[in-house]
Design a protein around this ligand. Structure first.
Ligand code: ADP
Ligand code: MG
Length: 496
């Protein structure tokens, strides 16, 4: 992170995030309508989602399970009794005039999340996480001078995760958001599709003179759906607020909208207070009482969490902290890595333990290097990788048994990527098998030495630099298939 950007002498920045996580349920939070994304407008909102008279909402048990799963993962207090409340406001995409949310008794109480900062680990407090329904969407394009309303999203389950105002820079806010993203996708409670709005946040930002105890007046920038945008929106707000105060003005508590095209935030409306919404317990939904056995059941479904996996990768595979961090950034990446390690043959001629760690290191290098580059290049996720974990393991086996050199292995990888067949067939058809037959290499070496008498003379009269040239000649004559180690040895032997 560019530290110059957070250089605000005399001022301390305070940030708290409200993150809306769309829960990955098949149906809505209070109805059986589908939550699928991208259907024809207004085909997926039923009478319950629209709040038509005479219908009753019923809480989706799966959404409740997911909320509890999250609560347990951040070591939070799960409120055994929690209550749905109506948040009353008018908006065209909310035809029933209220949103069902949770106010005084949210399902998840206080918890925390550790993030990594430049100064080491830092704990960010999580105030609460509550269940609520999403609203519909206003469509401004395609309707000249008018606004279209698509209510398909109405009633989609959201878990709103509210942090304490514990972050002190945009970098910390991004680190927190990434950590949270990793967690909810690990837990498989959110599909993580930020473009579709499955994970979006409101950034609350204020500044105060260094040393001041009370918090400054905050603004809230709404609905930011990328890590880059959150960083930019916060940076913009910090600068705007400091400039404003230094010029003798005051920050107004308000809701602002981030414009990703202009990289600025604009005032939307003055901030409403909780009492403006006239919250009251929803009379259609009784308080939710969670039994111990239910919570224990959910606890039993918790996967290995990112933190634990990271530590295990360092300890059992002897990976560097950087490699372990990259390989545990998402569950599919970690799974792919472990499948490669699992499928690869242990190296021979070394004591078993170190062999496994060397194999694990080789697998890490190939995934972080070659595979990530290729995925990036073709804009694919690891689940879409044309090279399977088993194929990559097969490729690494041929590196370890010296059939392939580093260079020819990359050619095989490229062929695998273009789905030209299996590893051994590719090696065969492209004639990439490394020559380890000493006799065959010796013939090439002799040829080169006979051809390059001038360089041999130079070497013998002390110019050691030409040795590299001779190795290059042999490698070239073998079309890259000679084993570089063997070539070195043979050349040395013959020249001395
Ligand atoms: P709401 O925005 O719905 O009114 P809260 O008042 O509880 O809800 O605050 C929401 C978020 O704003 C929380 O993440 C909190 O940490 C953050 N926040 C509150 N006060 C400040 C402040 N002065 N500066 C920065 N963030 C703040
Ligand atoms: Mg808010």
């Amino acid at each position: 992170m560019n530290s110059a950007k957070n250089n605000t002498p005399g001022w301390e920045v305070v940030i708290g995030l409200e993150v809306h996580t769309q829960l990955k349920t098949a149906s809505k939070i209070f109805s059986g309508a589908s939550t699928a994304f991208g259907s024809e407008p207004n085909t997926q909102a039923c009478a319950v989602d629209l709040g038509l008279p005479g219908v009753l909402p019923v809480a989706n048990l799966e959404a409740v399970r997911m909320a509890v799963k999250f609560g347990l993962a951040i070591d939070a207090n799960i409120n055994r009794t929690n209550v749905f409340a109506r948040k009353n406001y008018f908006y065209p995409d909310l035809p029933k005039g209220y949103q069902i949310s949770q106010m005084e008794l949210p399902i998840v109480g206080e918890g925390s999340l550790a993030i990594n900062t430049e100064k080491g680990e830092k704990i960010i407090g999580i105030t609460r996480a509550h269940l609520e329904e999403d609203a519909g969407k206003s469509l401004h394009e395609d309707f000249h001078g008018m606004t279209g309303i698509d209510l398909n999203r109405a009633g989609t389950p959201l878990l709103e995760i509210v942090s304490e105002p514990d972050m002190r820079s945009s970098a910390e806010a991004v680190a927190y958001l990434r950590k949270l993203y990793s967690l909810v996708t690990y837990l498989e409670i959110c599909d993580g599709n930020m473009q579709e709005g499955s994970f979006r946040c409101d950034a609350n930002v204020s500044v105060r003179p260094v040393g001041q105890k009370e918090l400054g007046t905050r603004t809230e920038s709404k609905n930011i759906n990328s890590f880059r945008f959150v960083e930019r929106a916060i940076e913009y707000e910090i600068e705007r607020q400091i400039d404003l105060i230094e010029d003798g003005g005051t920050v107004v508590q308000e809701t602002r909208l981030y414009d990703p095209d202009k990289h600025e935030t604009r005032s939307m409306r003055s901030k409403e207070e909780a009492h403006d919404y006239r919250y009251f317990p929803d009379p259609d939904l009784p308080p939710m009482l969670l039994e111990e056995s239910f919570i224990d059941g959910v606890r039993g479904t918790l996967p290995e969490l990112p933190e634990a996996k990271y530590t295990r990768f360092i300890e059992s595979y002897n990976l560097s902290v950087e490699d372990a961090a990259q390989l545990t950034v998402s569950r599919p990446i970690a799974d792919y890595y472990e499948q490669v390690v699992e499928a690869t043959q242990p190296s021979t001629n070394a004591s078993t333990n170190t062999a496994t760690q060397a194999d694990a290191k080789l697998a890490a290098n190939w995934i972080i290097g070659e595979l990530f580059a290729a995925l990036n290049n073709d804009d694919l996720t690891i689940e879409q990788s044309p090279v399977t974990a088993v194929q990559l393991a097969g490729l690494l086996d041929r590196v370890k048994d010296n059939t392939l050199s580093g260079k020819t292995a990359k050619q095989v990888f490229a062929a695998l990527w273009h789905q030209e067949g299996e590893v051994d067939a590719i090696i065969e058809s492209k004639g990439l098998k490394q020559i380890i037959d000493v006799g065959a290499i010796e013939t090439i070496v002799d040829d080169v030495l006979a051809r390059c008498t001038e360089q041999v003379q130079q070497y013998k009269s002390g110019n050691e630099k030409v040795f590299g040239f001779l190795v290059g000649q042999v490698m070239q004559a073998s079309k890259g298939k000679a084993n570089p180690g063997q070539v070195n040895q043979l050349l040395k032997k013959k020249l001395n």
